[in-house]
Design a protein around this ligand. Structure first.
Ligand code: 4HQ
Length: 246
């Protein structure tokens, strides 16, 4: 998958390529992330990228010309990408949206600063994306969040099983995880996890997922479609609770 980013802070965004599974994926050629400095697409001596808003008001607006020049250069070089603009007005990023984006072979993320970008730049934009209802100082962090969430769905970046077990993948939160030692300061690993009984482990994990989702995210729980293991887990969970209550 090819990912382009255009920003006035390329050094800030670059670190997304340097850590963890994304760094490995870049090294293995699974994702090609290329970051461009918008100032390289200015023509004036001072490399100005902002200007005063028509109609007045506070703050500055990003000038359209450097973006137009950048798109001309970029699409000449790489063909037409699916263009994303980070914005609080955009479609909220979810795991499903991330998965949808991962199926595109080529995306380009535009990072805004200041009050925003001249509206005419939206001529090139396929979709606006928001990472949540709060206002940031720029689109760089959202771009990095999008790249991170999308990368996990690019085949080979993380184990497929791991993606499927994660929170949100099937509208449920992830189950708790444990590793060695068996006991620390009196806190023990649940017995079933060391039992070696794979079926029992699966049932326990699903019960914990359902319990956690019901308590912490009832909105997700309500939307969930229950498969056979869910039903078995819920019945077992209910029985447990009833027998504790007796
Ligand atoms: N921005 N999700 C860029 C955001 C934002 C968000 C505010 C985008 C500033 C210039 N982007 N402008 N939330 O807060 O994506």
């Amino acid at each position: 998958m090819r990912v382009g980013v255009v920003t006035i802070f390329p050094d800030f965004v670059k670190v997304i390529k340097d850590y963890g599974v994304i760094a490995q994926a870049v090294e293995n050629g699974l994702i090609d992330i290329e970051i461009f400095n918008l100032r390289d697409f200015t023509t004036d001596k001072h490399k100005v990228v902002d200007d005063y808003p028509y109609g007045g008001g506070p703050g500055m607006v990003m000038k359209p010309e450097p973006f137009f020049r950048f798109f001309e250069f970029y699409s000449q070089k790489y063909g037409k990408p699916y263009v994303l603009l980070t914005s609080p007005q955009g479609r909220r990023l979810t795991n499903n949206f991330a998965q949808e984006l991962a199926s595109k072979e080529h995306i380009l993320i535009i990072c805004g600063r200041y009050e925003g970008i001249d509206e005419r730049v939206s001529h090139f934009v396929d979709e606006e994306v928001s990472i949540g209802d709060y206002v940031l100082t720029g689109g760089e962090l959202p771009a990095m969040v999008v790249i991170d969430a999308v990368s996990r769905f690019v085949p080979g970046v993380v184990e497929e099983e791991s993606v499927k077990n994660d929170s949100f993948y099937n509208d449920l939160l992830d189950h708790p995880h444990y590793t060695r030692p068996r006991e620390i300061e009196g806190l023990k690993v649940p017995e079933v996890l060391v039992s070696g009984n794979h079926e029992e482990v699966e049932l326990w994990r699903r019960k914990e997922s359902l319990k956690k989702t019901m308590l912490k995210r009832p909105d997700l729980f309500i939307k969930h479609t229950f498969d056979e293991l869910d039903k078995k887990a819920l019945i077992s969970l209910f029985r447990e609770l009833m027998s504790n209550a007796q």
